[in-house]
Ligand binder design. Structure first.
Ligand code: F0G
Length: 446
């Protein structure tokens, strides 16, 4: 049962079947080109799409829009200190802004940067700083059927081999992404975090945590990691982040805001350097591209994100959707992750070869069948990489109800029933930067 009530509502309606077919054709069979008013249930992302609480809305009015030294910034500093244990904070307009600020400060050309798995923007910012991003996920992370409580972990031995191969001097930091978004939202254990921190200490480099889903990760630890059964989410989060030397945060996830992010560091000297780069790219170091009111709402959201009841319900909703889809016979990535259910499109549309983009075909069909918008994270989004053909159904925080889950399950079931008639697709136009093509490429059924 939810522990909160709706106070403001927004109307939504399912367009007629023929309209949906028209909309998706007009969108070039790419759901990023759809108008959100034509989408009935929007599972494109959990980023910036959550519902703020009345406390957060109230906080907006306290927003101090002073260019420098605003009281809203002080509220954020207090929240980051109490929830995450970091003294030095530099706001950024969103997660990738924070990545640009920190990674542009830390990395140089010819560096090589290990991460359990780089999220797309992380990979791009590491590369943009001239360094080479290297994924070091544990065995089974990319296998939808492998079991494991912490499939999001970093493969510590793989990082050691990388250091041996390339020389310790070329590894400027270790990054840990919690939860591991590019590995189906799988959690990272505290034990793994501690080992990553020990290795970073050995190499005398910072351990950076991409903390955008830190509270969800902490919840999994309370459920799965021996020794943490009686800990609160807030306690686990504090401990897990205590092993990091720096954080990058997209506040659009576990900050429960619609925009924002920040960098947090311990070392005063690094703090100075980060501030200088933030001024260049984001804005003065006490607002960093955010309005004071949004900073104020973030200060409240961070504290709400670690409330046990909230996180249990949040993850519980994802688990419920996944379990119901599995019970209906849908092939899904197991175990279920934190912010999304990932459908295995290659298994669901087994008549389509990879060359015909079964993942994108499934995304299109979910929209045509039920006005549900998911996103492909397989061969269309990541051309020329060896990843499972997954379709992500990400649940925005505090937005949808059980009735919406009913509709999602009915939609997936209906698609499974006529799976064999679902056509494959070909890409008919793509932008020059192929790595970013899923945002704007156009397709046609074949
Ligand atoms: N790191 C991770 C692990 C993320 O999942 C994201 C965003 C970012 C960094 C970048 O943050 O969007 O605020 O600039 N993930 C969103 C998603 C876009 O849909 O998974 P941002």
């Amino acid at each position: 049962m939810r522990s909160y009530l709706s106070k403001m509502v927004t109307s939504t309606q399912l367009p007629e079947r023929e309209e949906r077919a028209e909309h998706i054709a007009d969108a070039g069979y790419n759901v990023f080109n759809l108008s959100s008013s034509d989408v009935f249930i929007d599972l494109l992302t959990d980023s910036g799409t959550g519902t703020m609480s009345d406390e957060q809305w109230a906080a907006l009015f306290r927003g101090d829009e002073a260019y420098a030294g605003s009281s809203s910034f002080e509220a954020l500093e207090d929240a980051v200190k109490s929830v995450m244990g970091f003294e030095h904070v530099v706001p950024a307009h969103q997660g990738r802004g924070a990545e640009n600020v920190l990674y542009g400060t830390l990395f140089e050309s010819d560096d090589v940067v290990p991460n359990n798995t780089h999220f797309d923007t992380t990979r791009a910012h590491v590369a943009n700083a001239g360094a080479e991003p290297v994924d070091c996920p544990v065995d089974g992370a990319m296998d939808p059927d492998a079991s494991g409580d912490f499939k999001g972990n970093l493969d510590i031995d793989a990082v050691r081999s990388l250091v041996e191969d390339r020389g310790a001097a070329s590894v400027p930091a270790i990054i840990l992404t919690i939860t591991n978004n590019s590995a189906a939202g799988q959690p990272v254990s505290v034990e793994n975090t501690r080992k990553a921190s020990d290795l970073a200490d050995e190499l005398d480099v910072p351990l950076v945590i991409d903390a955008c889903r830190f509270a969800e990760n902490a919840y999994f630890v309370t459920q799965r990691e021996p020794g943490y059964e009686d800990a609160t989410v807030a306690e686990v989060a504090r401990e897990q982040l205590s092993y990091a030397d720096a954080l990058v945060m997209s506040a659009k996830k576990d900050g429960i805001t619609n925009i924002g992010g920040f960098v947090a560091v311990r070392d005063p000297e690094l703090f100075e350097r980060v501030k200088q780069r933030a001024i260049l790219y984001e804005g003065f170091s006490t607002y960093g591209g955010m309005a004071g009111r949004d900073i104020e709402a973030l200060a409240v959201g961070l504290q709400e994100a670690v409330e046990d009841e909230y996180v249990a319900q949040r993850i519980g909703q994802t688990q419920e959707l996944g379990e119901r889809l599995a019970a209906a016979g849908a092939p899904i990535y197991q175990p279920l992750g934190g912010h999304a259910v990932y459908l295995d499109a290659e298994a669901l549309l087994s008549h389509l070869p990879l060359a015909k983009y079964p993942g994108q075909a499934l995304v299109v069909e979910l929209y045509r069948e039920g006005g549900v918008r998911g996103v492909e994270l397989g061969s269309f989004a990541f051309p020329d990489t060896d990843r499972p053909e997954l379709v992500r159904l990400a649940l925005p925080r505090r937005r949808y109800h059980r009735e919406h889950l009913d509709h999602i399950v009915e939609t997936v079931t209906a698609v499974m029933e006529h799976a064999e008639s679902v056509p494959g697709y070909e890409v008919v136009w793509e932008p020059p930067r192929k790595e970013l093509r899923h945002f704007s490429a156009e397709l046609e059924p074949v």
